[in-house]
Structure formats: structure tokens, C-alpha cells
Write a protein that binds this ligand. Sequence first.
Ligand code: HEC
Length: 177
Amino acid sequence: MKPTIKIISTLILFASLTASASDETSDDKPAATSPDNSHGIAYPSGWQNWSTIAVSHRTDNNTIRTILGNDIAVKAARAGKTNPWPDGAILGKVVWKDTELKDWKAATAPGKFVHAEFMFKDSKKYADTYNWGWARWVGLEQKPFQKGMQICTSCHTPVKNRDWVFTDPALLPHVSY
Ligand code: HEC
């Protein structure tokens, strides 16, 4: 009787050890549950589920991007009401390093995650920065960028007449459903 109990308890111990070992060897570096603010702006939780407004590819630094929006932004984009964008709109841009599809080398696909950055439209709160709040979170760990909104706005100046936004919403067929 005794040896049987010992074998069973050894098996249980082994099982729990292997379970915790596999947790620790996971490659994911999950972001903190709530990343710190960037430029005083709170993390826009749930952006991973927002809809796509456009995509882009930069050949100067070999990155691929998707431009996303919250509900207010997507509605405005689909209706063509983007100059100005309405208050409450949040535009996101998610950037990955280029990689190629293993089974079709000519296809460029998203590889290493670079960062996610956002423009928050609020003409009262962000009147000093052209009616947008500018924030970025870097890497899969989503480290907040704190080098100043001026870095963002200076590069977006060429599109100040388009409400500071480069992106044209991608064309989509209008199909009723
Ligand atoms: C080196 C110039 C440069 C800097 C710096 C820069 N951007 Fe941009 N940004 C662009 C360009 C060009 C695009 C459009 C092309 C693309 O998809 O990358 C863009 C697009 C965006 C978009 C999608 C909406 C749009 O305008 O098309 C967001 C959101 C955005 N940037 C946020 C930021 C934030 C926040 C910062 C600062 C943390 C920042 N950007 C800094 C050049 C810049």
C-alpha cells in the first residue's frame, strides 16, 4: 500500500512541476495588465479589436502598418467625414518589421512587433497640440514613450491641412447587408 501512495504522490508532484515549467518557458512577453500613461494619456485598452481603416508599407525602414480606429473614428472614416475628424475619435497605427511568408517569399507579412501609437481627438483637452493627444507604447511589453508630443506633431506638419492625419481610409465596396 505504502509504495503505491508514494508512486502516486511522485506522479502528482512531477505533473505539477512540468506544468509550471512550461508556463515559464513561454516565449510571450505579455504587456503589463495596464501599461503606464504615455505623455499623460491613458492606454486605450481593447485597441487590438478595433476595425481597420487602412494599411501601409514603408520601404525606407521596411515596416508594415495597419491604421485602426475606435468606433467613432471608423464611423467617420466610412462616412468620409475626416476633415476634421470628430471629437472622441482615436486613430491607432500598429507597426511591425517586414518579414516574408515562409511558403510564398514574395508576400510581405508582419514580423517583429515595433510599436502601437495613437492620436486622440479632443479639441478642448488637446487644443495646444492641434486638437489631438499623441501617445505611443513600444514593443510587446508596451513601454510608454515619453519623449514629447512635439516629436509627433513636427513630423505630421505636412498634413496640417488634413487635420494632421496622413491616412486616406482604404476604399471599400459598399455592399448592403
Ligand atoms: C518620422 C515622422 C513621423 C513621426 C516622428 C511620427 N509620425 Fe505618425 N505618421 C507618419 C507618417 C508618414 C504616417 C502615415 C504613413 C504611415 O502609415 O506610416 C503616420 C501616421 C500616423 C498615424 C495614423 C494616422 C495618420 O496620420 O495617418 C498615427 C495614429 C500616428 N502617425 C501617430 C503618431 C504619434 C502618436 C507619434 C509620436 C509618438 C507619431 N505619429 C510620430 C510620420 C511620423
